[in-house]
Write a protein that binds this ligand. Sequence first.
Ligand code: EPZ
Length: 419
Amino acid sequence: MDKFIIEGPVRLEGTVSASGAKNAVLPLMAASLLTSGVSTISNVPGLRDVRTFMMLLDMLGAKCELVDDLLTIDTTRIHSIVAPYDHVKKMRASVYVLGPLLAFKGESLVSLPGGCAWGPRPVNLHIEGMKALGAEIDVTEGYIHATSRGKRLSGGSYRFEPSSVGATCNVMMSAVLADGVTELQNCAIEPEVTQLVEALIDAGAKIEGAGTTTLKIEGVESLNPINQRVIPDRIEAGTFLTAAAMTRGDVTVENCCPDHMTALLDILKAMGCDIEITEDSVRCSISGKPTPVEVVTHPYPGFATDMQAQVMAVASVADGTSHITETIYPDRFTHAAELCRLGAEIRIDGAIATIDGVDVLNGAPVMATDLRASAAMVLAGFTANGETSIERVYHIDRGYERIEEKLAALGGVIRRVNE
Ligand code: EPZ
């Protein structure tokens, strides 16, 4: 398994370009199963999760081809409706094929996704939402078996509690081919969800309420293939901005969407960062120690849980005590113990982390535990004195395209070694 070797301390400075959003491209890939044809998706990031999803689609009978950032998916020869455990355990987002296969093929058999580093990842909202459309769903032997009993799904209504990115996407994809009108309430409104709504409308779906928490979907007989350009990754972009805050640097992220990062930019400003925004770029710089902050994660447009680990890393070298409350995944703090190995002073009490900023961090061997926690450890490595080695960097490769190249271009001393 690969690991990163990082030398610190270093000030990260310069310009980097955001790639397409992981959490937007995956549901778009799943949506290709809603039709028999060739879907085209551009600005696709070169990520491990994208390759994993391509393999899953190929297992179903699709033909995927990724040339540079252009992905084509030919779904004219789908011959399977099974997403096996060996595959789903690698990537929870595999569950996204449940809805489209059910809607287009009338049946799907998808392994229950496992948990993840920070705890259980339930799919009850996906299941209950599809049942509201007339699906018959059994969960046996670790698999979700969904069927429409040889008929089209029928329009229905369902309210997500809590709001869920994945369930909103999955149930919406079930509803677009249903016979009748569906109303979905308390939908997630993350930009990645809104892009899926827009992509489905472009493919011929009839959906009202894009960008709002209530979606009204009038089912149609068939859809055209998906044809969409993936929006910029707001979490990757945010990670590079927090890298500037952490290393007292000056980083500009281009080809991003500042409007998708408002909550993060407010926190960075509260930490004392200078933030300059244009239509498609954000510049973040700071000269002294960050100011401590109070952060509470919320569904979009609130502060993203996927940025929580990165901001905890910045808070670990702030000039005082910060608090982070995690309301989405209360156990999502595996990175705290790893940061403490570098000398951070962090106490966890349930869903609340208290971070007492320290003057210096010192390099040490640490473990990547999940995608965003791994990114936080990389930022900490650039700030710590001496060498930090990070094992199991496959977690990072899942969601960050060529991260060591992009960080090296900002002055980071980082190299990947195969163990
Ligand atoms: C998506 O996961 C993202 N993944 C996650 O990003 C992100 O952390 C999460 O949304 C929250 O923003 C992708 O888009 C591929 P949820 P998802 O359903 O859809 C509960 C990353 O780092 N819930 O919005 O699985 C759940 O436990 C990844 O890129 C149920 O109770 O998250 C959580 O408390 C990590 N029942 C809350 O809803 C369900 O059926 C929000 O989860 C589904 C979810």
